[in-house]
Ligand binder design. Structure first.
Ligand SMILES: Nc1ncnc2c1ncn2[C@@H]1O[C@H](COP(=O)(O)OP(=O)(O)OP(=O)(O)O)[C@@H](O)[C@H]1O
Length: 363
């Protein structure tokens, strides 16, 4: 396999010799051309990890290498400006007194002014901002400012770019559009990126792979599909979207759950907590199903699909279905699992966690 563009091994960062680590033995690798996201709740250590990679923070332990060059390690700390890494901050940090073109040309050194200006122009065209070169940043929309910040980072063609919550200042529609455009741009240029966010949907739709972080550690690394459909911990299962938890008795690759006997994604024994996404359950007419009988207690119609809340055996479950068949609150239905349940390695003992639908993930 080729050398990863970024390799972070056992990175630990503490602010003060006696302070507890805010990043603790974090390891991950980013392949060439890959968009990698670090996803986690506020305060879990995402920005600190990114700042260590950029060189703004000195690692307390562990190593950081870009291609074959060690940037941080025992006795090594390469300064930020000597790292071939570009960074896009949350607030864009554009210079208000410079034009868009000047902002982009600012980071290009070595060349003549004419050459820098020409390069800035080229990158501005690439991000769809030709025609805006002579404006000042405050006369641009949030999405356009975002693209100026990105153009400024792309102009020196760094090996790797780091993005810290880059879309957080944009409204929902603009955020979706901008991140699609940025993703296409990075992919067209074959650039590698590490992108930090607390927004689940953003990480799932923007990244090729993501790491879920909590309390300074990485719980799981995988593709969006892997972490969403095969969460390894209770935290990952709950943080990535709503799910149903089922306290179950496992015997090999099957378990008795409150929704009947189901297959498991991996062998387990004894009392286990398993997760089943709402879209992996079906609602059926009870007379034509061998599913678990329950009562519809709520329904959220979303146009293309419907989420039902169904009460079975005293617990409420979420079932996400297409809208070919309608049920009303009060209807008797059968709930049938469509896919194997996912065994969670919960850090809390399963008995503390009741069966049923999880609440809305934060934030
Ligand atoms: N310079 C610093 N000195 C002391 N503590 C710090 C410093 N910078 C960050 N921290 C602490 O480290 C922890 C992790 O912060 P960090 O900014 O990395 O989290 P985050 O996951 O990026 O959060 P957010 O999404 O809110 O930005 C927090 O408890 C924060 O208070």
């Amino acid at each position: 396999m080729s050398t990863p563009i970024l390799s972070v091994q056992n990175l630990t960062k503490r602010f003060g010799p006696e302070a507890p680590p805010v990043v603790h033995e974090v390891s991950f690798e980013v392949e060439d051309g890959e968009i990698f996201s670090i996803l986690g709740p506020s305060g879990c250590g995402k920005t600190t990890t990114l700042r260590c990679v950029a060189g703004f923070e000195e690692a307390s332990a562990g190593t950081i290498a870009v291609r074959d060059q060690t940037l941080s390690g025992p006795g090594v700390h390469v300064s930020p400006d000597a790292r071939d890494v570009g960074i896009v901050f949350q607030n864009y940090a554009l210079f208000p007194h410079l034009t868009v073109r000047e902002n982009v040309a600012f980071g290009l050194d070595g060349a003549s002014e004419a050459a820098r200006s020409a390069r800035a122009q080229e990158v501005l065209e690439m991000v769809g901002l030709d025609g805006f070169e002579d404006r000042r940043p405050q006369h641009l929309s949030g999405g356009q400012q975002q693209r100026v910040a990105l153009a400024r980072t792309l102009a020196p063609e760094p090996d790797l770019i780091l993005l810290d919550e880059p879309f957080s200042n944009l409204d929902a529609l603009l955020r979706q559009e901008t991140r699609q455009e940025v993703r296409e741009l990075l992919k067209n240029k074959g650039m590698s990126a590490v992108f930090v966010t607390h927004n689940q949907e953003e990480a799932l739709s923007f990244a090729d792979r993501l790491a879920v972080m909590r309390g300074g550690q990485l719980d799981q690394i995988g593709t969006p599909e892997e972490v969403y459909y095969h969460p390894r911990t209770l935290f990952v299962a709950q943080f990535l979207g709503r799910t149903n938890l089922l306290l179950s008795q496992a015997a090999g690759t099957e378990a008795d759950t409150p929704l009947g006997r189901v297959g498991l994604n991996e062998a387990a024994e004894g009392t286990v907590l398993v997760s089943m996404r709402p879209e992996h359950l079906a609602l059926e007419a009870p007379e034509a199903s061998d599913g678990t009988v329950g009562t519809v207690v709520g329904r959220a119609f979303k146009g293309h699909d419907i989420t039902y809340r169904v009460c079975c055996g005293g617990s409420e479950y979420l079932v996400h279905t297409d809208n070919r068949r309608f049920y009303e609150p009060g209807d008797t239905v059968a709930v049938r699992p469509l896919e194997p349940a996912v065994v969670l390695e919960s850090r809390s003992t399963p008995a503390e966690v009741p069966s049923g639908a999880t609440p809305e993930p934060e934030p």
